[in-house]
Design a protein. Structure first.
Length: 177
């Protein structure tokens, strides 16, 4: 009969760990592909955006506004970023209840008969032995696989770099010499 330790060793734990790892890798790849697709969509989708508004207050107190012409910018350029996720934890929990029962039963039945007569003696002995051995085993097991997924910041190079080129002539300052 297998011992409790042997029963626990029979659980395919390495296979469960391997399948959990491969499942997480496949899910991570799908999540990353989704984030990349979202980044592409955000980069391709443009909206008109007014980059500058000037508020002018005149000497008489009137206020006027002028703005630059709108330019098309991507949703990625205005700061919308895709969400990236990663698995931060994975847990395998295996619970097993094993109940083993064993019983042994032995029955001995003896019957004897004797006859005594003149110069004659006879005896008979009848013996009946039976053995009965029973084994019972109940095994109950459960397993639970848990993962924890958390959002992470997008890769730092996904945000566009902003370079400002100012071609306006420099303001002249009076010469103090």
């Amino acid at each position: 009969m297998a011992s409790v330790g042997q029963e626990l060793l029979a659980v395919p734990l390495p296979e469960m760990v391997m399948k959990l790892g491969l499942g997480i890798a496949e899910a991570q790849r799908a999540l990353d592909e989704n984030s990349v697709d979202t980044a592409s969509l955000l980069a391709e989708t443009t909206v008109p955006l007014v980059m500058a508004v000037t508020q002018t207050i005149a000497a008489d107190g009137t206020v006027s506004f002028t703005s630059s012409d709108p330019i098309d910018v991507s949703l990625l350029q205005i700061g919308l970023m895709p969400t990236f996720y990663q698995f931060s934890e994975a847990t395998i929990e295996v619970t097993m209840d094993i109940k083993t029962t064993s019983s042994r039963e032995t029955n001995i039945k003896v019957s004897a008969a004797a006859k005594v007569g003149f110069a004659c003696f006879s005896a008979s002995v009848n013996t009946e032995v039976s053995h009965n051995r029973k084994f019972g085993k109940e095994v109950h097991g459960t397993s639970r696989l848990m993962t924890k997924m958390v959002p992470v910041p997008p890769p730092p190079r996904i945000a566009p770099e902003l370079t400002v080129v100012d071609n306006r002539p420099a303001k002249e300052t009076p010469d103090n010499t």
